[in-house]
Design a protein around this ligand. Sequence first.
Ligand code: CUA
Length: 330
Amino acid sequence: MNDANGFMNYLNNTVLAQERGSFWLPPQASTTAADVDWVFQFIFGVSAFFFILIVTLMIIFIIRFKRREGVEPGAAPHHSMALELTWSIIPTIIVVLIFAFGFTTYMNMRIAPDNAYEINVTGQKWKWLFTYPNGHVDENLHVPVDIPVRLILTSVDVIHSLFVPAFRIKMDAVPGRYTDTWFQAKDPGEYLLFCAEYCGTSHSDMTSMVVVHKVGEFEKWMQDAANFLNTMPPAEAGTRLYKIRGCAQCHSIDGTGGHGPTFKNLFGRDVALKNGSTVAADENYIRTSILDPMADIVAGFEPVMPTYQGKLKAEEVTAIIEYIKTLREE
Ligand code: CUA
């Protein structure tokens, strides 16, 4: 969350999500969440019961059988069949139950239903990108309610881990391979999504929202989202492109350095080039820099930018230029 607005939304949503959960756990917002909680609580309950039983007996025995003046220790008791059977059979039943509950829940969580809706997930330093079947790329995970959704994850740099507490799912995103997980959301609403694998400086900023849409609204959202160039003001569409098309990795918007020049106060400025000449940063300069990055190398930078020729449509280039104009400070 880079901007103040996003951060406030984030906080509000955090409160929302917590209100619907219990004191101990987040809301059970997926179909497998209740099973996961049940297994957890069963193991926790068994552990707590035996912890208290053992510690209590230990204290009682310490006091009761303490060595006393003038009392000789008696002979050690002999083998007791009944006692040994009890402490073998009861724990065996308990661990078999833990295995049975744990294994069935695990298999349900691992194996996605055949008809699951598929969304591709890319982890990168430091954000999540979700790619939908119609080609739309979004920073948040939008899903329909009551439909199984399978996520296919990978990473372009280091290992990240996608974690949605309300759905009780967590899966690593690993560079050079695909991993997958699935869930079926039960209630429309917004839930928090985290990166749960330490991945560098901004690991803690690698958060997104999961938006669960009501029946019928998801398809409409996806259409509008893919169409954002036509539905949003150009500068706003440009902000979005800046984030999802890779500009943000090298060009800052706050004046800090990177592999490329910052976008802050770029528009309208005179830019000194490596070859000694100077150009005015107008619409045509920015368009050329996007489509033919080798044409005007800015002094002090290496020619490392890939061309966006064929990757960005004309309207998209315009939107990015409009966005860069908004980054001027008078
Ligand atoms: Cu990505 Cu931590």
